[in-house]
Design a protein around this ligand. Structure first.
Ligand code: ATP
Ligand code: MG
Length: 256
């Protein structure tokens, strides 16, 4: 599925056409005007995410109006690519754009809670935290091996299923290259770390993240160098979030 700038397009995965027709989500215009289902997110101007439950299925409608509309066709392409590589991401079933607006419908993932809920808002032993962080780090390593960096790899964006296996959403800002540059690797790892308060992210948790990120690859000096870079970046992100908080700017990602 893809769409061209300036041209109106709306593509639906055949298996879902009839259901989407019934719901009233079978054209770009309909998706842009849709007010049904449950509002999930509308934190920023021109962006809306709604959840629609229908006959035992769950769909997520994401739409963007205005200059960031290209995120949608980009995200649909990234999702298709990651899905073909076996990563746990939403499956796009419809995507369209036109007139500086775009919409995408994905199949709902079996989400039970976020990694942030599990680590920050619920009681969690160090052993449990390390297991979850190890999985988040391994998923990030898989993403990077495919040549994709997330750019918003916060604990709140990592969704957990009933078996506490992590799944990825919010890939609209992801970048795709043949190889992810080191500074982007550092940024994603630092985002994960900065989104956890120091009481959760102690030295052992940080070490666990890097150990799982590298797995069998990477020598001690390479891991050491990256660990230092991640720590520097994480502290800069925390300081920036603290400065914003002091100025009254809301921060959704970094926990103190
Ligand atoms: N297919 C899906 N399955 C389950 N949950 C989903 C799905 N798509 C979106 N969500 C939920 O909706 C939320 C918002 O979606 P998403 O992060 O893609 O929107 P966004 O507008 O790009 O958000 P942000 O402002 O954080 O970048 C997600 O954090 C997740 O909780
Ligand atoms: Mg986003």
């Amino acid at each position: 599925m893809c769409s061209n700038a300036g041209m109106r397009s709306f593509l639906i995965e055949g298996d879902h056409r009839r259901v989407l027709e019934r719901i009233g989500l079978d054209s770009l215009e309909a998706c842009l005007a849709f007010e049904g289902g449950v509002l999930v997110k509308a934190a920023r101007k021109g962006r809306v995410v709604r959840r629609v439950d229908w006959a035992g299925r769950t769909y997520f409608l994401k739409r963007i109006s205005g200059f960031r509309w290209r995120e949608i066709p980009h995200e649909a392409e990234v999702l298709a690519r990651l899905e073909s590589e076996g990563l746990p991401v939403p499956t796009p079933v419809a995507v369209g754009s036109g007139g500086r607006a775009a919409a995408m419908i994905t199949l709902g993932l079996p989400v039970v809670r976020t990694l942030e809920d599990a680590l920050v808002r619920a009681p969690c032993s160090a052993e449990q935290a390390h297991r979850l962080l190890g999985r988040a780090a391994e998923l990030l390593a898989r993403l990077h091996r495919i040549g994709v960096n997330h750019r918003d790899y916060y604990a709140g964006h990592l969704l957990l299923d009933a078996q506490d296996q992590p799944m990825l959403v919010d890939l609209g800002r992801a970048e795709v290259r043949r190889r992810v540059p080191e500074r982007r690797i550092v940024k994603d790892l630092a985002a994960l770390e900065a989104s956890l308060p120091p009481r959760v992210l102690d030295a052992a948790a940080s070490q666990c993240i890097l150990a799982h990120y590298f797995g069998d690859s990477g020598g001690p000096s390479q891991i050491d160098r990256l660990a230092r870079a991640v720590k520097r970046k994480r502290e800069r992100m925390r300081a920036r979030a603290a400065a914003k908080a002091a100025a009254g700017v809301p921060n959704f990602h970094v926990n103190s």
